[in-house]
Design a binder for this molecule. Structure first.
Ligand code: HEC
Length: 133
């Protein structure tokens, strides 16, 4: 799938500034592409705004793995393909489930982090218990 680390922008707050209606129209267009029940007239209106999506998801909506844009026609979508789920993906955006973090932390960092957490744990145990007044 190659979606690791990719970020799906929020289309209500990015440069596109979609209104709720515009998000709903694009949702309908995706439903149409996915052959799910949809309103054809609304889907048609969403087609134009789908231009915002093609750089990452491709003109055919099948994804662009180089930027992590997922295949929107996959039988099972990561965040769900119901109308409400699609709406949320587009309106709020989605951050990768497994962000590139993991590649940036090496074993030594993980070791240090573990030691640090252990020290905090000890310190907490050594705190005097509060006297009940
Ligand atoms: C900058 C690149 C980019 C643009 C532009 C973009 N997306 Fe995405 N989109 C992504 C990435 C990356 C993911 C996967 C996020 C993840 O895995 O958490 C994603 C995920 C999604 C999902 C969820 C897919 C799933 O499997 O649940 C939907 C729906 C979606 N995008 C729709 C759109 C629509 C519609 C547009 C245009 C309005 C759009 N995207 C524009 C990068 C983009």
């Amino acid at each position: 799938m190659g979606t690791r680390g990719g970020v799906m922008p929020s289309f209500k707050t990015n440069a596109a500034e979609f209104s709720d209606d515009e998000v709903a129209e694009v949702v309908e267009y995706i439903l149409r592409l996915r052959d799910q029940p949809h309103d054809a007239a609304i889907a048609l209106r969403g087609k134009e705004n789908f231009e915002w999506c093609v750089a990452c998801h491709g003109q055919d909506a099948r994804g662009n793995s180089s930027v992590g844009g997922s295949n929107l026609l996959a039988p099972r979508l990561q965040y769900g393909s119901a109308r409400a789920a699609l709406f949320e993906s587009i309106a709020q955006g989605r951050a990768g489930v497994c962000p590139s973090w993991v590649e940036q932390i090496d074993a030594a960092d993980i070791d240090n982090l573990a030691r640090y957490l252990a020290r905090i744990g000890e310190a907490v145990l050594q705190l005097p218990t509060l006297d009940k007044k």
